[in-house]
Design a protein around this ligand. Structure first.
Ligand SMILES: [Zn+2]
Length: 173
């Protein structure tokens, strides 16, 4: 290999690339001392979960990763929340958007509990009815749904207009 200023430039670029990879690895494995790690989140559900957990307004230290490699899922997202333990009700809301998510409760850097999310029987308030003429889309009425399908595709049945909102079309209010 010839030593020239051009080669030096290429090497510097490579070093920067290696540094970037190292940073990513460190971020992926970085442990938290106490708190909640939500793992195996479907990538397209990440920002919805951030919203339903109210993390935009949360003052705890929060880190998240998107499109991380996952053997099981191909790509996944992860959220780490320092010093906050999520309520079971919040955890169940996650299942509406990411049924395979796993919630790890961390104390002293150890996973003390691993919770699989489970769909609740009904949900209120945080998602929209698919029917544009539904009263909940036209009056200040809180939405309310029965959750259908424990084993198959999840869907929501509106308690007001009875329209079914299928899994892929569930939107936050
Ligand atoms: Zn409705």
């Amino acid at each position: 290999m010839k030593l020239s200023s051009a080669t030096g430039g290429v090497e510097a670029t490579n070093i920067m690339a290696i540094m970037a990879i190292t940073e990513t690895k460190r971020f992926e494995v970085r442990a938290i001392e106490n708190g909640t790690v939500i793992d195996h989140i479907a990538p397209d559900a990440l920002f919805k979960i951030i919203r339903i957990l109210g993390l935009e307004r949360d003052t705890h230290r929060i880190t998240f990763g998107l499109n991380l490699e996952s053997g099981r899922m191909g790509k996944k997202a992860i959220i780490k929340i320092n010093d906050r333990y999520c309520e079971q009700e919040e955890i169940n809301r996650i299942s509406i958007f990411s049924p395979n998510a796993v919630v790890n409760i961390i104390r002293d850097f150890q996973v003390v509990e691993k919770l699989h999310v489970a769909p609740p029987d009904h949900i209120e308030g945080f998602v929209r009815c698919i029917n544009p003429t539904c009263i909940t889309n036209n009056q200040p009425v809180r939405t309310s749904f029965e959750v259908n399908g424990g084993s198959g595709e999840l869907s929501l049945r509106c308690r007001y207009c009875e329209k079914i909102t299928p899994c892929g079309q569930i939107e936050l209010r």
